[in-house]
Design a protein around this ligand. Structure first.
Ligand SMILES: [Zn+2]
Ligand SMILES: [Zn+2]
Length: 228
């Protein structure tokens, strides 16, 4: 096990990434994030027949897992596009991005990359990053409290098992979220969480003030729908 494992590091990194890349709606899109960071994502179908892409036996490496990060000549993530669901890919790509954001390749090269022995602590840390990026504790808490019927795997773009794992780990993860982090994340997601839609006039707006009469501020129609 790596000696530098810090329990709350993944939660803090996930929070920082949400803020730095101005992510404020669900489901979080790892393809957009990778593009913003400058990490190339390569579908296996595009490289399988390309003889220039043989630094590793990628199809073999990808038999064990849905995505593999290559560090040479530049960082890129190869992923199995043909037999993965969007939810599986979302999680596995965020896991790989977690290794990169948390500098696992730089700090623990002996455990990273195809063919290297796996360090369970680093893998757990990348999983923690993925779940705290895709389903940040404050966002999950607010939705479970205010819109319990919406607090489902599909809203976050998670598989059922990843969602159950998120709920299992939520109390532990919450210990790593201080008030400042929670407020920062909720500020990023404010427009998303408070969005309302008026079917009478077609306006979508965010209900910051929770106006007491519960009417559309544009046309006065009663009880506009909550988007979430
Ligand atoms: Zn991993
Ligand atoms: Zn209206």
């Amino acid at each position: 096990m790596s000696e530098l494992f810090i329990p709350d590091r993944a939660v803090r990194y996930a929070c920082a990434v949400l803020t730095d890349y101005r992510i404020g709606r669900l489901p979080v899109d790892p393809f957009q994030l990778a593009e913003d960071v400058g990490i190339t994502l390569l579908p296996l179908s595009s490289i399988q027949d390309n003889p220039n892409w043989t630094p590793y036996n990628l199809p073999f490496a990808l038999r064990m897992t849905r995505a593999v990060t290559l560090s040479y000549p530049t960082f890129c993530i190869a992923y199995r596009d043909e037999d993965s669901t969007p939810d599986q890919l979302r999680h596995v790509l965020c896991h790989e991005l977690g290794h990169l954001f948390m500098n696992h390749y730089r700090d623990f090269p002996a455990y990273m990359g195809p063919g290297h022995p796996v360090d369970p602590a680093l893998e757990a840390e990348a999983d923690s990053f993925a779940r705290n990026l895709l389903a940040p504790v404050p966002v999950v808490d607010v939705i479970r409290y205010n819109r319990p019927q919406q607090a489902r795997a599909s809203l976050f773009g998670l598989s059922r098992s990843a969602w159950l794992h998120r709920l299992d780990a939520i109390d532990t993860d919450r210990d790593s979220v201080d008030e400042d982090m929670a407020n920062t994340i909720l500020f990023m997601f404010k427009d998303y969480l408070l969005a309302r839609h008026c079917s009478s006039c077609g306006h979508t707006y965010h209900d910051d003030i929770q106006n007491e009469k519960d009417i559309c501020p544009f046309c006065g129609a009663e009880k506009p729908e909550w988007v979430l």
